[in-house]
Ligand binder design. Structure first.
Ligand code: NAD
Length: 415
C-alpha cells in the first residue's frame, strides 16, 4: 500500500471514499458507514477540512442543572467518554443548591506574536516600535473593518526581548480585541500585515507571525459553593486533601486538569470551537508559575463550607471558524442561549468547575470506578456486538456480576 495518494485531494468525496475503502480493506458495510453524514452534510464537511471521506459522529448530551450568574442554561456536550455529562450535571446540581456559579470573563483580547530575528540595536528598535505604535495599530485594524465595526480591533502593541539558543529575538505582541470571534485568523492576518513594516522599522527579519494560545488577557473564572460544613465535614476534608495533592504534585495535577477539560472540551466541541486551542492555553496557563498546577482551587470559607474556583484562558467565539458552518454547532449555541463570546466563556468555566468538583467528590468518596464502569458497561456490550435491547441487558448483567469485560459480554451474547 502506497500512502502518498497523489492527487487524492482533487477527487470528489465519493471517489476518495471508494479508493480508501479498497486500500484499507473495508467491507461494503463498513464503507457504507462513512457515507452517513447526518446533520453535517457532505458538501459542508468537504469545505471544512481536506481529503474528506466521511463524517465522525459523536454523542451529544445535555448537562442539566447549570445556573450561571443567576441564569439557567441547557449545556450541550459532545463527547465519547461515559459519565462526563452525568458528572457535570451532578456537580451543577449541588452548586445550584447554593445559588449556582458566579462567573466572569475578561474582554476578548488575544495576543499575536511577530518574531524578529537579527535586530542589531535592540533598545533603539524597541523605542522606534513604541513610537510607531499608533500607525501600526491603524495598519493592523485596516485588515479587518468588520471586526472594528463590531467593536473589536488591535488595541495595543508591546515589545519583548526573548533570549534563545539562536540569539535574542525581538517579539512584538499585538493585543487584539476579537469581539465575538475566537480570533486566530483575525490576529494572524494582522501579524502578517505588520511584519514587513516592523522589518523596516527594526532592520530585522520577520520570522513567525501568529497568535499565541496562551491567552492570558482572555481569562474566565467561576466560583461556587458545593458542600455545607455541618453535613459533610469528612468529605470536605477528603476533597481538600485531593486538591492539595494536585497542588503539590504534577502527576496528580495533570489528571486533575484532564478532568476539568473533560467538561470544557465537550462544550467547546459542541459549539463548534477549537478545543485544541483551549487545551493548549489551559495547560500552559496551569504551568505559568513555572510549576504545573491545578486549574481549580478548593478551600473552606469562613463558615467552613466548601468553595471551588476555576480560572483559565477561554478563547471561544460565536462567529468564525466552524461555529457558523457546522449546523449542529449552530443549534447547540441556540440551545445554550448565550449572546456573547464572554457569556459562553462564563458557562465553559462553570462546566470545568462542576466537572472537577464531581470528579473529586467521587474520587474522595467511593472512587469513580463504580459509576464509570456502569456507563462503560454499555460501551463494552456494544463493542462485543450487542444490538438494541441486548445492550442494556448485557450491561446490567455484567454490572450485577461485577465483571464488566469484553469476554463476559461475548459469553452473555452467545449464551
Ligand atoms: P474567522 O476568521 O473565521 O472569523 C472571524 C472574523 O469574523 C473576524 O475577523 C471578523 O471579520 C468577523 N466577524 C463578524 N462578526 C463579528 C463579531 N461580532 N465579532 C468579531 N468578529 C466578527 O475566525 P477567527 O475567530 O479569526 O479564527 C478562528 C479559527 O482559526 C478557528 O477555526 C481555529 O481553529 C483557527 N485557527 C486556530 C489557530 C490557533 O489556535 N493556534 C491558528 C490558526 C487558525
Amino acid at each position: 500500500m502506497d500512502s502518498s495518494l497523489s492527487g487524492f485531494y482533487k477527487l470528489p468525496v465519493n471517489e476518495r471514499r471508494k479508493k480508501i475503502a479498497e486500500l484499507g480493506g473495508l467491507t461494503a458495510d463498513e464503507a457504507a458507514l462513512l457515507e452517513r453524514f447526518g446533520a453535517l452534510d457532505e458538501p459542508t464537511a468537504d469545505r471544512m477540512i481536506e481529503n474528506v471521506i466521511g463524517a465522525f459522529p459523536l454523542p451529544l448530551g445535555i448537562a442539566t442543572n447549570f445556573k450561571v450568574n443567576g441564569k439557567d442554561y441547557l449545556v450541550p456536550m459532545a463527547i465519547e467518554e461515559p459519565s462526563v455529562v452525568a458528572a457535570a450535571s451532578h456537580g451543577a446540581k449541588i452548586a445550584r443548591e447554593f445559588g449556582g456559579f458566579e462567573a466572569s470573563a475578561d474582554e476578548p483580547i488575544m495576543l499575536g506574536q511577530i518574531q524578529l530575528a537579527g535586530v542589531k540595536k535592540i533598545p533603539e528598535a524597541k523605542k522606534k516600535i513604541t513610537a510607531a505604535s499608533g500607525s501600526l495599530i491603524s495598519l493592523a485594524n485596516s485588515c479587518d473593518p468588520v471586526l472594528v465595526k463590531f467593536g473589536g480591533g488591535c488595541r495595543k502593541i508591546e515589545v519583548r526581548e526573548v533570549k534563545s539558543k539562536r540569539g535574542t529575538f525581538l517579539v512584538v505582541h499585538l493585543l487584539v480585541n476579537c469581539g465575538d470571534a475566537m480570533g486566530a485568523n483575525a490576529v494572524n492576518t494582522m501579524c502578517e500585515k505588520l511584519a514587513p513594516e516592523l522589518e523596516k522599522i527594526t532592520g530585522g527579519s520577520a520570522r513567525l507571525r501568529i497568535l499565541t494560545n496562551l491567552a492570558i488577557h482572555r481569562l474566565a473564572r467561576a466560583k461556587a459553593t458545593f458542600l455545607r460544613c455541618e453535613t459533610c465535614t469528612p468529605l470536605i476534608g477528603a476533597i481538600l486533601d485531593a486538591w492539595a495533592l494536585a497542588d503539590a504534585d504534577a502527576f496528580r495535577a495533570t489528571t486533575h486538569n484532564k478532568g476539568v477539560m473533560n467538561g470544557i472540551d465537550a462544550v467547546v466541541l459542541a459549539t463548534g470551537n477549537d478545543w485544541r486551542a483551549l487545551e493548549a492555553g489551559a495547560h500552559a496557563y496551569a504551568a505559568i508559575t513555572g510549576k504545573y498546577k491545578p486549574l481549580t482551587k478548593f478551600y473552606t470559607d469562613k463558615k467552613g463550607d466548601l468553595v471551588g474556583e476555576i480560572e483559565l484562558p477561554v478563547a471561544v467565539g460565536l462567529v468564525g471558524g466552524a461555529t457558523k458552518t457546522h449546523p449542529v454547532a449552530k443549534a447547540c449555541v441556540k440551545l445554550l442561549g448565550v449572546k456573547s463570546a464572554r457569556e459562553l466563556a462564563c458557562v465553559i468555566a462553570s462546566v470545568g468547575l462542576a466537572q472537577n468538583f464531581a470528579a473529586l467528590r467521587a474520587l474522595a468518596g467511593e472512587g469513580i470506578n463504580r459509576g464509570h464502569m456502569e456507563l462503560h458497561a454499555r460501551n463494552v456490550a456494544i463493542a462485543a456486538g450487542a444490538k438494541g435491547a441486548q445492550i442494556d441487558a448485557v450491561a446490567e448483567k455484567m454490572i450485577r456480576e461485577k465483571n464488566v469485560s469484553a469476554s463476559r459480554a461475548k459469553e452473555l451474547l452467545s449464551g
